[in-house]
Every structure is written in C-alpha cells, then in structure tokens.
Write a protein that binds this ligand. Sequence first.
Ligand code: 3IO
Length: 334
Amino acid sequence: RTGIAALSMILTVMAFAVTGASASGINLKYANFPPAPTFPCVQMERWVKEVAARTNGAVTVTTYPGSTLLDAKNMMRGVMTGQADIGCISLAYHPGVFPLMSVMELPQGFTSAEGASRALWDLYAKHQPAELSKFKVLTMFSSAPSQFMAKKPIRTLDDLKGVELRGAGSLSAVLEKLGAVPVSMPMPEVPEAVQKGIIQGLLTSFDVLKDMKFAEMCKYETVANLSVYPFAVIMNKKKWDSLPDDVKKVLDDLSAEQAQWTGQYMDNHVKESLEWSKATYQVEVYSFDAAVQAEIARLTAPLFDSWKETATKAGVDTQAVLDDVAALKAKYDR
Ligand code: 3IO
C-alpha cells in the first residue's frame, strides 16, 4: 500500500515537472508585442517567475513575446475577448483612449524609469480611472526618458526641422512641436522603417540601441530627456474574477513591487546599452545644452493645455491629477 502511494506521489511530481501544471493548476497566457530581449518582455519573465514561486507552482504562465500571439494593435481587443489572459500595452499607441493616464506621456521631466514607473503605478492605484475599468490592471511601468537616435547628428533644433522621426501618440506630438515630421508606429515596425529610409531615426529610451540593435543604424544619439512611455499590464476581467482569493492576493501584492523592479532594471539597462553601443558601434552621444532645453520646454508647453482640454471633457479633475503627478515625482524621482 505504502509502496503504491509513494509511487503515485512520485508520478504526480513527475507529471508536474513535465507539464508545469499542478492538480489545481492554473495556466495563463501572457501576450507581449516587442521582441523577447526588450524590457517589456524581460519584466514579463520576471513576473512569471515570481508568480510561480509565490503560488508554489499553482499558477503557471505561458509567455508569447514578439507579437507571436497578439501584436500591438490587437493587444487590447485580444485580452478583452480572451485570446490572451494577460497582455502588455504601450499607452501612447492608443491616442484618446486614456484621458487620465496619458498625463504621464507629457514631458513631465522625469529623470528615471524607476521614479516614473512608481509614480505611474501610484497614480493609477489612487484614481482607478474608468478608461481601464474593463480590465484588471496587474502592474504599470514606463520606459526611461526619451532621447533621439538618428542617422544624422541632432545638436540643435534646426537639425530636427523637416526630419522624419518615429514617435507614438503624445511623443509624436512632441516631435511635431519641435519642428520634426512625426511618424507614428509601434516599436516592432521601427527597424524596417529606419532601414528603408522612411524615417531618419526615433524618439524613445536608449535601451533599444542594444536590445533592437538600433546602434548599428542610428549612430547619432542626443540626450533630451523627453517624455517616458507608460505601459500597462492588463488582464481579462472574467479570468481575473475566476481566480481564487489567495492567488488574487499574490498578484495584487506584486503590482507596486513589479513597477519598481522594472524601473530599476530599465535605468541600469539604459547605461549598459549605451556602453555597449559606444564600444560596439562607436556611437556619438551628444546632450542638448541648457538653452535648447529651455526652448524645448517653451515649445512643448501647449501640450499640457491640450491634455487638460481633452481630459476635462472626459470628466477628469485635471488640476488634481497634475498636482498628484508633481507630488509623486518629488517623492520617487531622484
Ligand atoms: C519600448 C517599446 C518596446 C520595446 C522596447 C522599448 N523601449 C522603450 C519603449 C517605449 C516605446 O518607444 C514604445 O513604443 O512604447
């Protein structure tokens, strides 16, 4: 009898090792749009590992990086309909959809991904905006501040005039205010557009110099510390409701920590990416001087008015939100 019991236990353990599912196993599908080496996917794999450890293997997650399950354009719909249980979205790809949270796409002057990510999560947690109420939001995080990566040097605002550069959403609006020709597209489409000469460069954080090999094509980098790109990890609401309470608690307890972890990873990775790009492709890194930065602040100031107007129409208390962002920035962004 004991022999049989022991054998059956061993077989159960073996089955668990093979399938990755326990008897009460919950398996979730997590879709992501950019390539596996990029930071949205690195944070996804970290989250999956933490969830497995903290649920003692009861929750396993299958990841689909690189648009293998859902691409950027289909992510929200795909999570809504349950094609994926969890998905990762870049808010700037959906202009007009996030009247409150898009405040984090404005040039707020964040200097770190950690500060911006923690501020982003706290802002979401405090306001629980209607724009995301159809989903369970598992965490939020942001890119590092945005910089220019281009085929030609960008050292003055004149160097931007009439130059086709890639941004998305509010970041494209920043490009337009600075006199460039903004071209919006999701990140996975950017390498080919640079290669074909449709765009001369892009505006985002320096992590992609290494992770998407932009250092090879865009040898001129300019530090401008423009807006961050906010992201949300969204879960199908029905799937969330079906989870046991102890699992819900594990996921809720991970939200703020995951935002901070991702921000820290990003800040470190940006440094590593820049060093790698200098050593491997001899890229040039130029920083706008104080006069140019002041001119940028002046030229982009109207974006705050546009945000206020749109958000007010959507019922957002814009002054309260802007005050919160300022306080959270002071608290978290060092
Ligand atoms: C980004 C998006 C995908 C992969 C790596 C990334 N690094 C910074 C961003 C932000 C961005 O440009 C975007 O399109 O969301």
